[in-house]
Structures are given as structure tokens and as C-alpha cells.
Ligand binder design. Sequence first.
Ligand code: SF4
Length: 694
Amino acid sequence: MNKMELTYVPTICPYCGVGCGLNLVVKDGRLVGVEPWKRHPVNEGKLCPKGLACDQFVHSADRLKSPLIKKDGKFVEVTWEEALGLVASKLKATRETYGSNSVAFQVSCRISNEEAYLMNKLARVGFKTNNIDNCARLCHGPSVSGLALSFGSGAATNPLADCMNADCIFVIGSNAMESHPLAGRRLIMAKERGATVIVADPRYTMTAKQANIYVRFYPSAIIPLVNSMMYHIIQEDKEDEEFIKTRTKGFPELKTTVAKYADVEDITGVPTDLVKKVALLYAGAKNAAIVYCLGVTESRTGTDNVRTLGNLALLTGNVGRPGVGVNPLRGQNNVQGACDMGAYPSVYSGYQTIDAEENRRKMEEAWNVEGLPSTPGLTLTEHIDAAGDEIKSMFIVGENPMLSFPDITHVGASLQKLDFLVVQDIFLTETAEFADVVLPAACWAEKDGTFTNAERRVQRIRKAVDPPGEARADWEIITDLAHTLGVPGFDFTSTEDVFNDMARITPQYGGITYVRLEKPEGLMWPCPTEEHPGTPILHVGSFSSRDGLGTFFPIDYVPPAELPDEEYPFVLMTGRILFHYHTGTMTRRSPTLNAEVPAGYVEINPDDAAVLGISIQKNDSIRVRVKSRRGEVETVALVTNDIPKGVVSMPFHFKECPANRLTNTARDPLSKMPELKFCAVAVELVPRTGHGKM
Ligand code: SF4
């Protein structure tokens, strides 16, 4: 290929929250490849398999190319004018008949900051509702609520590269090597530099295999495990007295609570000696960092799990300098940004709470509107529960609840109860099939904007190619819909216009401009003024809380909502794998990625497999049925010692065996996070019907 014919467009990977820089390679108006961004500070010229193949779904033949309206049960192509006219009239009629809170908006974390901000503005200005939420609710909602309570800000405290300054890294509930591979690379680099990497996980994951010390604990037992670590730290006088005295509050209550957790082997499965060993390694390190992910958050005690990690960091003074901190690995490319932008039922952009009158007045003035509502809206899964009752119409942008929400049989039944459903997406997803109107959107390679990664790093994405057919950027569709509805304040002609509208009312983004974002490293918020250099490390010298202190929370163990029993004897965990992403909408259309892992499976321990009559034969596909109180799926058994006895695990990317048909809707009372990582299931062999393989 003649290199002269190629154009290289610098942008950001559309997959995980690490936010790697890459160049899209364009020839004759089409993507022909991906090249890592050599000097990008996040990935330093490396990409994982997903990033390297991220161009492959863009020109898929089945991309949505025209607006669709369902007529007599079948989708029919229509003009934008007809589609937006119908959406506007139906949403307006719903609001007029049933009131503002009868409409709900669900926002994907794959869209840009500008687009998430516009959805927040449309819901609040156009419909006077706070019924807007994003899919962080199902991954790091507990990080937002937990870290905000402990430290005053719900975001990661330190940059990923800061692992290189840590002497000890405690990784819990994160399989970074598969879910966030370029963050996993930092862990390996830190270990090679001499840091002790401790990985605590029920599964012996690809990440656990890289650790100096692996701690296998029983799923859900985070609070007793970490409380016991704190017990041993206090017993050995290894807490940071000066830090506790000058920068925190609530220590006496914490000390009383953790005193009950001297020996937790019966709950956690971890011998006391090992708990004590990792506790003292963490507390004894000059700089110790915590890295965690969905193994911590996807629980009905998700917020408490996060606050317990906050307690551990406060106890040892490991907050507010290089090489320390508490760092959630955010799942989707813009999950941090979608929350920052106010696509959230209780806050405007920049976490300005909707129930504070001063904030409502500020937004009313900025948006030139009156009567913004002060009551928090419903969360994502509450939208589903209220469908057909309080919620009559729903507008879903880029979300696929028919695969990603717990108990998808319930989700499908709820979507059918709606009077009107609009889905805006790049493919006809499992959820879009339920819609009355489908709006075709441009994907990330086809538009400008910004993403904010797991480190709070705001970065530019750039348009490389045109969207297919009539598809349009989400921000253009939302803007046009606002015009059709007659909602004022949507006179935008570029994403930069939208960004500026947001930045003027969002203190953390106040000093960020498109011009400043031209440099490869972007800017890390808070960045309140144009002279401010950005803030890589939070809570230096003082916490972001109102009183400047970090707060200890005494937290006791609460067991999961649904424990194994005679009928459903196994615990089901769900998770992600290296070659696929979320509901597989993009990665399963990538030939390279799909060839690596073309189908789902359930991991099962050899001892459990033997009891069930599952033999371990090379190249043998043993089909099993996995059943819970909510449904059943058929899949293939993968027999492995990497999973403990009594536990099975399924990736949730595969529509042919959707793990979320089985999962539990029990919720964390504070963050409303469902218990996606723990439910009781039964596993049984599917009888062979012939002599050959099934
Ligand atoms: Fe993309 Fe994440 Fe892989 Fe980086 S680590 S290339 S952001 S999927």
C-alpha cells in the first residue's frame, strides 16, 4: 500500500476506560487499519487486541443507515423528518398526559461528553425530569457514591502510570489483564520495578497469575477480608497515626468495628496468616495503591465495599501523593465522562446536586429556563421496574439492557409495557428490536468530541470517516430533536460549541478548551481555569469533602441476597474476557476478535464437573444447562482449576447464552447497583442426542 495515500487520524480507543491513544488509518474515505499512538502517555505506543481491531466493526454491512419506524410489527425505513417528528410528538404527548416523570432517558457511556451533556440538558430543560441515568449504574455507581462519601470525590485518586511509584499494589476484584489490558501492563511493569503486587480474586485470573501473592477469597466476602486486614494492621500498630489525626474523622468507630474481624477464614476462605501477611505488606509499604473493579462494585453492598477500601487507604495514610490512592478501573471508554456530564438522576454536570437550590438557580439561569425539578429521578433498573406504570415512554441512547441488565426476561417484559420506546444506536441491538422508532447513530470514528478516561483525563476524539447512509452523530440527532420539540438552548453547530456550553457551568471542566486538548496528554480534571495545569492526583493536603477530611465508615458484613441451597447449589459470577467488550455489539462484529472467542461458556471446577458427569476430554464440547430462579441458558462447560469449587463463572458478552438471564436484581440501597456478581444457580448436563459431538 502506498503510504502517501493514507491519512492518520489521532483519536482514542472506543473500548475500555483506560483511554489509549491510537491513529485510525484512512484510505479513500474508509478505515483500513489502526496504529498505536507512539507517544501517547496512557499506552506508550501499545494497544491490546481490542484496540488493535477497533476499526473492524465500523464498516459492517449491518450498520443502521436509515431511521426506522415500526409499522404493523415490522421496521420500515423513513426520513429523519418523519422519525424525529414522531419521536417529538409521542414524547410530548406522554409528558402532557402523564406528567414530566413519565419519560425516562438512558444514556450509554460509549457516547461523548458533549452528547451525554446534551442528553442531561434535554431531559432537564425539555421534559423537566431528572429521570436520566447512564450505564455506570451497572459498573461503577458504587465507586461514585462510595468514594464521594469517603473522600469527597467519586473519581479515581491517581493516574494509572502512578503504579510505577508504588511499592505495593493491592488489586482486588479486577482482572485488569483482560478487562483493562493496558492498565494490567502497568501492574506488570510495577512488579518488574520491584513493587509487590497482591491480587485478591475468587478466580485465578490472568491478572492473579501475574501477582507476587494471590489471595483466593469467597465471592462477595470483600468487607470481612478488608476489615480483617485493618484489624491486623491496628493490632500490629501499623496504622498511620499522624494521618488519622490530622486528615480523617471517625477512626474510633472503625476500630471498634474491625475488632470483630480477627479471624474471617470461615466467611472468606482465606487463612488468617495470609490475611495478616498481605495486610502488613500493604501497611508496611512506603507507598501502597489500591486498584479495583467490578468484583468490588457489582454487589448489593457495592458502596460499602468501596468505602471499606477507602477505610484501608485512610488507615495507612495512602491517599494524596504519588504511588498511593484508591483507583477504580472504569469499564467503558467514557463511563467517567457520562457521570461528569450529569447524565445522572441526582446531579447536574460536575456533580452539582439537583436538590441544592443554589445549583438549580445556577442551571436555570445558564439554560434560561424555569422550574427545574428538585426530586432525584429514577435509576436505570428502576426505569425498567417502573415501565408501564410511572414510566410510559423511554429514550435509550447506545444502551443494550436486553443483554446488560440483570434478569433480562424481566427487562423484555417491562420494555413491552411501554407506550413508546426510542432507541438510538449504531446497530439493531437486542434492545432496539423492542423499539417503536430506531435512530441510526454515527460511531466514535465518525464524529468529533471528547472522552474522559478512568484517570479523569479529558481527551479529544476526531472524525476519521463519514457515517454510513443517513446515520448522524448523536449530538446532531439530539440537537435536531430539541429543535423539533421546540426546546430552547440547543443552537449548536459543533461539538466545541457544546463543550463550551458545558464547561462554563461545570467547575471541574471550567479551564478546559478544545485548543488546550490538542496536546496528546489531554487534561485531568479538576481544571477550573484556563491557567490551571489539571490535577493528576486528588486529595493532596486536603480531601475534596466540605470539611477537607477523609471519613472512616464502620461497616459490617452483609451476606449476598441469594445464597446457594440444595436446589441451586452453585454461585454464579459473571465477567469480561480479553477479546470481547460489554454486550458484544462491536467486538462480535470484528472478525479478528470473534475468531478468538466465537461463543460463550461456563467455567466449572474439575471436582464439580466430575460430580455432574462432565468429562474432561480434549476437543470435547460438553453442553450444560445453567439455571437460576429467573431463567436458564445452555452453553459449553469449560473445566478449569482457575475457578474454586462451588463457583461457576460466565462471560456476559454472548447473546446465544446470555448470563444476565440468570442474574439477580437485588440492589445496593445507596448506589442502586444490582448484585450482578453473585446469584445461586444449578448446572446440569444436557444429554447428547446422537453419537457425534453436539
Ligand atoms: Fe482500548 Fe482499553 Fe485495550 Fe487500551 S486497554 S487498547 S483503551 S480496550
